[in-house]
Design a protein around this ligand. Structure first.
Ligand SMILES: NC(=O)c1ccc[n+]([C@@H]2O[C@H](COP(=O)([O-])OP(=O)(O)OC[C@H]3O[C@@H](n4cnc5c(N)ncnc54)[C@H](OP(=O)(O)O)[C@@H]3O)[C@@H](O)[C@H]2O)c1
Length: 260
């Protein structure tokens, strides 16, 4: 008998340093907590919700892992560079990125794509790609130093199955898919894995603001598993993708759809 509890979960990420963007709320917060619970040191990025980010940091530290909150607009290259440097200084070289924040500064009203301007579309694609490429560029030297690198992009089911009125984010997420695929090709020889996780509808405070309860119930009934995803579902899938058990998985786009 070792005296160790047989019920404590395995710490799959001991020795790893992870930066999760948009980790103050929703999917990012659940992911940061889960990865920290599995032994990773976690950089908790936020944009405006400092108190919420501090709460996530507190929960990770209480679970026994180091964590730090770091403010940055993921669409701003200088702020992203400073964020990665600050996480490195506090927690060590970043070997894993969970690129969850889409980088969109404002909410957009759902509307047909034909009623949107090319400039609006380009602006959303621009922000989304900055949120993806900026952290990768900034953390690449760390990943090479760690002799291990892993990037998970939180994409969306909409990139291949667009919904009416949601053309702008659908196109932006499709661009992110394409960039991630190229990064997997180009960074693979450096030991860096890149995958996209593409959830369908996920119950978060933000999604609840846009989709009324009746519509959310209707959505749940259309899912073979008969429920909508919650942030912990996405966090669990991220954990699988960043763990060593997925060591040969790169260039993938994994749908998290409940069977749809
Ligand atoms: N919810 C869904 O149904 C769903 C489905 C598929 C894909 N997704 C994708 O999942 C990701 C997270 O969605 P969510 O629903 O969890 O969002 P959320 O609840 O609105 O949380 C967004 C997070 O991103 C942060 N953020 C926003 N703009 C930022 C910026 N410019 N720089 C840094 N951080 C920023 C927010 O930080 P502050 O609060 O500090 O500003 C917050 O922590 C997004 O990429 C979204 O496209 C969501």
């Amino acid at each position: 008998m070792t005296g160790r509890s047989t019920t404590s979960p395995p710490r799959l990420l001991a020795g790893r340093t992870v930066l999760v963007t948009g980790a103050s709320r929703g999917i990012g917060a659940a992911t940061a907590r889960l990865l920290g619970g599995h032994g990773a040191a976690v950089g908790v990025n936020y944009h405006s919700s400092r108190a919420a980010a501090d709460e996530v940091v507190g929960a990770i530290r209480a679970a026994g892992s180091p964590a730090t909150a770091v403010r940055a607009d993921v669409a701003d290259a200088d702020e992203v560079q400073a964020m990665v440097e600050s996480v490195r200084a506090e927690l060590g070289p970043v070997d894993t990125l969970v690129l969850n924040a889409a980088g969109h500064k404002g909410a957009f009203a759902p509307r047909p794509l034909i009623e949107s301007t090319v400039s609006e579309l380009a602006a959303l694609v621009d922000e989304q790609l900055r949120a993806l490429l900026g952290p990768c560029r900034a953390a690449l030297p760390d990943m090479i130093e760690s002799e291990r690198g892993c990037v998970v992009v939180v994409g969306s089911g909409m990139s291949t199955q667009p919904q009416p009125g949601m053309g702008l984010p659908s196109v932006a997420k499709a661009a992110a898919d394409a960039v991630a695929r190229v990064l997997a090709l180009e960074l693979g020889p450096l030991g860096v894995r890149v995958n996209v996780l593409a959830p369908g509808f996920v119950e978060t405070d933000t999604s609840a603001r846009f989709v009324p309860p009746a519509a959310r119930e209707h959505l749940a009934k259309s899912v073979p598993l008969r429920r909508n995803a919650v942030p912990d579902d996405v966090a669990g899938a991220v954990l699988l993708l960043v763990s060593e058990y997925a060591g040969y998985l790169s260039g993938g786009r994994i749908r998290l759809s409940g069977g749809l």
